[in-house]
Design a protein around this ligand. Structure first.
Ligand code: ZN
Length: 448
């Protein structure tokens, strides 16, 4: 088992380099709320784009959707969230800390050993009121999952997309859960982002499709560079299945705090559509004209957390190594996830170098997320780019002024090649796609 980085190092890197900041920090922060900084927002967008690309754009059996966070309260009554989306809450009678009864061992307060109250069920949905009058009738909830927005639009999407089953509807968006014990940095937060697919299938084919999606989703993390030995699948026991689920698998990742859920892939059966049909009075079934049959589809749901995926990618990419007697911290992020693809670094802030360096930047920035940095020593600038996972650094030196060539340095191997400014963007593009970085040509063109 490779030595895992501890969470403090990740949190500190995230703060230092601008991935993630504590929310409202100048006011002392707000528990379990976090803000994504300049490079964090790029990483997070890349994770969502990587998901959307394979789940929606590269398939002809999935379409996207973006539904509102606040929905008719009837939705949550039908889905079971008002009655069943609860955790057992206990409170310490001496220090008044609150705990999830099922998450602590024994009958004493884990903090002070004090006596605990009897558990009471605590609903995890955030409540607010809509409109200027606060009264029972105006109560709305912040959605605890994006899935319900998909179920209530099933009919709209089937009608307008003109697609046949199996059909998936995908959505990325914020969800809210008033967790009793959030924690572990961005792993469990009360406000978070979901990436969810509801894949509607003919009953009887559901088990096959569950297997398909479990494999597909596991492989997604591997394809994006997560080490296989840090991932595992875990099937839920019958006693831990959610009220709607027939079967469920978790993709788990070996986080610094141990194996924890990254994504759940559930067979929800026909629970949701049946419930919404019953409670709304609208028929929610699928008519297969060719086969002359009508049925309520079953649903396979891969449901992933954006924030915990970001955390897993960060943890997995993190490495400390020694290079020429100096410690180097590097994020070996997959090229498609790296916040910055290429950094343009003039050797120094010399006025003779600036025009060519700016020209190189202008050439690259329309095609790739490009950083321009000419402050401090070149060594410090390399270290910064390594720590945010930038795959390539382009250095402009005094020789560049004469031969119109620049040096590209590769993050992982530290190999360098010398290439002409003309056509530089094509070289970077090929390298980002995974073309080998041939260090045997090191300085080759320079010696010609
Ligand atoms: Zn206590």
């Amino acid at each position: 088992m490779p030595a895992k980085v501890d969470m403090d190092k990740i949190v500190s890197l995230c703060k230092r380099r601008g991935f993630v900041f504590p929310s409202s920090e100048i006011y002392g922060g707000l528990a379990s709320c976090w803000d994504y900084g300049p490079v964090g927002v790029e990483l997070k967008r890349n994770v969502k784009e990587a998901w959307w690309k394979v789940m929606v754009h590269e398939r002809d059996d999935v379409v996207g959707l973006d539904t509102s966070i606040m929905m008719h309260p009837g939705v949550w009554a039908a889905s079971g969230h008002i009655d069943s989306f609860t955790d057992p809450l206990v409170e310490c009678k001496s220090c008044h800390l609150r705990w999830r009864a099922d998450a602590i061992e024994g009958k004493k307060c884990p903090k002070c050993g004090g006596e605990l109250t009897e558990p009471r069920m605590f609903n995890l949905m955030f409540k607010t009121s809509m409109g200027p009058v606060e009264e029972e009738a105006s109560t709305v909830y912040l959605r605890p999952e994006t899935a319900q927005g998909i179920f209530v639009n099933f009919e709209n999407v089937v009608t307008t997309s003109r697609k046949k089953l199996p059909l998936g509807i995908a959505q990325i968006g914020k969800s809210f859960r008033n967790e009793i014990t959030p924690g572990n940095f961005i792993f469990r937060t009360r406000e978070f982002e979901h990436m969810e697919l509801e894949y509607f299938v003919k009953p009887g084919t559901d088990e096959k499709w569950l297997d398909y999606w479990v494999k597909e989703r596991f492989d997604w993390y591997v394809r994006l560079g997560v080490k296989k030995e840090n991932l595992r699948l875990r099937q839920h026991g019958k006693d831990e299945l959610a009220h709607y689920a027939k079967d469920c698998y978790d993709v788990e990742y070996l986080f610094p705090m141990g194996w924890s859920e990254l994504e759940g892939i559930a067979n929800r059966g026909d629970f949701d559509l049946t419930q919404h049909a019953k409670c709304s009075g609208k028929e929610l079934s699928y008519r297969d004209a060719e086969a002359g049959e009508k049925y309520v589809p079953y649903v396979i749901e891969p449901s992933a957390g954006v924030d915990r995926s970001v955390l897993a990618f960060l943890v997995d990419a993190y490495e400390e190594e020694e290079v020429e007697g100096e410690k180097r911290t590097v994020l070996h992020l997959h090229h498609s996830l790296a916040p910055i693809k290429v950094a343009v670094l003039p050797l120094s802030r010399n006025e003779k170098l600036t025009p060519l360096a700016k020209e190189v930047f202008k050439r690259l920035c329309p095609r790739f997320v490009t950083d321009y940095d000419d402050s401090q020593s070149i060594g410090r600038r390399y270290r910064r780019q390594d720590e945010i996972g930038t795959p390539f650094c382009v250095t402009i030196d005094f020789e560049s002024l004469e031969d119109k060539q620049v040096t590209i340095r590769e993050r992982d191997s530290l190999a360098q090649i010398r290439v002409p400014v003309e056509g530089l963007e094509k070289v970077i593009e090929a390298k980002l796609r995974g073309e080998a970085f041939d260090a045997s040509t090191l300085w080759a063109t320079r010696q010609k």
